[in-house]
Design a protein around this ligand. Structure first.
Ligand code: ADP
Length: 378
């Protein structure tokens, strides 16, 4: 018999809170999601009580893992500020932004802790869906890999994960030592996506704390090894969920993908403003589907009004990272899990992404140099 939510609840009923109440009766348990042997839930507690609750989370996780039919468990502890208010993104006030960089003036708020072994994490974001963000993320990661960097990919789009398709990944991550996951290796890069843990057709209803706990686990409970760069494919948009993610992930920089149309650019502008709000330097804008090159005659047409993103980047004072044409080869390669940079490495298409990768690498190096040095006075 397939594992049900009731089986999970019954097992959690045997786990007690620090003051002896069965976990399901504490009111701190999120919705429980059971999908194909994978179990997800979070426990939201007052931030002052996190330490006492960690052992509860641990016991809950172990109890569920021991149930027949369970393949993996994601049980996360989410902290809520005292007073019971729902956790809200704590964005610093929007200051006078330095072009391409964090707002100037005032001490920078301490960011989230880094991931041991991971040098730099960059977000690939877009103001809306369908602009080619995930395709860009994958090919950018491959371009960085070909520059000699050790690169990993984290698919943070938990509402619509793309990596299973774009990298043709159907296998499931294995657990190591009980509670860490080994990422899937593709084209020499470790990759993690919530899409590896759930069936494509499984409808997922995510609630705020669960989004964050899934992301936190994919970041911190996965054996990423030593990486120079982790490329994070963000969910499309610039709403609260994205803002919270941008705050929770220790980002060194962000790449914004846009099509040249004005409408998409308005969204891209919002994306830039969002990263500036959370003190993440914008490494630049990529103009995707920039122009169309006819596969038969080679003639070029600017169907979306080529050049919009470059002008916008200049206006906003952020670097322009490059343009990628709208091309059937890119689409076919992308959708069949054989991205162009990996499978046609010397082709014209790969060249566009390689140039973008070089600029991103240089931008990252400049960002690190620009970081303030901490001087300890004797
Ligand atoms: P997003 O992550 O912004 O939703 P995707 O990367 O999933 O976008 O791309 C959406 C669709 O557009 C996919 O079918 C993809 O193959 C296609 N696509 C992306 N970039 C290009 C391009 N430069 N030329 C042609 N098709 C593209």
């Amino acid at each position: 018999m397939a594992l049900s939510k009731d089986d999970v609840l019954a097992a959690l009923g045997k786990i007690s809170s620090p003051d002896g109440v069965p976990l399901p009766a504490t009111g701190k348990l999120s919705e429980i999601i059971v999908a194909d042997g994978k179990v997800f839930f979070s426990i939201t507690v007052d931030s002052a009580a996190v330490q006492q609750w960690e052992s509860v989370r641990e016991r809950a996780q172990q109890a569920i893992r021991a149930l027949p039919g369970v393949q993996s468990v994601m049980a996360a502890l989410t902290a809520e500020r005292a007073g019971g208010a729902a956790p809200r993104p704590q964005a610093p006030p929007v200051g006078r932004a330095r072009p391409g960089g964090p707002p100037s003036g005032g001490p920078a708020a301490p960011g989230p802790a880094g991931i041991p072994g991971v040098q730099a994490i960059i977000a690939v974001a877009s103001g809306k869906g369908g602009v080619g963000k995930s395709t860009t993320a994958v090919n950018l990661a491959l371009g960085l890999r070909d520059l000699g960097l050790k690169v990993g990919i984290l698919d943070a789009d938990i509402y619509g994960p793309s990596m299973p398709k774009l990298l043709a990944i159907r296998e499931r991550p294995q657990t190591i030592g009980g509670n860490r996951l080994r990422p899937i290796e593709r084209f020499g890069m470790p990759v993690m996506s919530i899409g590896f843990l759930i069936e494509e057709e499984t409808p997922m209803i995510w609630r705020g704390p669960m989004v964050m706990s899934a992301l936190t686990q994919m970041l911190r409970e996965v054996e990423w090894g030593t990486l120079d760069v982790m490329v994070v494919d963000m969910p499309p948009g610039t709403g609260d969920a994205q803002l919270t993610m941008a705050q929770q992930v220790p980002l060194k920089g962000a790449v914004i993908v846009s099509t040249p149309q004005d409408l998409a650019l308005i969204d891209a502008r919002r994306g830039i403003a969002m990263f500036r709000r959370v003190n993440v330097p914008v490494l630049g804008i990529v103009e995707n589907m920039s122009m169309f090159i006819c596969p038969q005659c080679g003639a070029r047409s600017d169907i979306f009004g080529h050049g919009g993103a470059r002008r916008e980047a200049e206006r906003l004072g952020v670097p322009f990272l490059g343009e990628v044409p709208l091309d059937i080869v890119i689409r076919e390669k992308s959708d069949s899990g054989t991205p162009v940079v990996a499978t046609v490495p010397d082709g014209v298409h790969a060249k566009f992404y390689r140039e973008i990768a070089m600029r991103v690498r240089d931008g990252l190096a400049a960002t690190s140099r620009a970081a303030p040095k901490i001087v300890v006075e004797a």
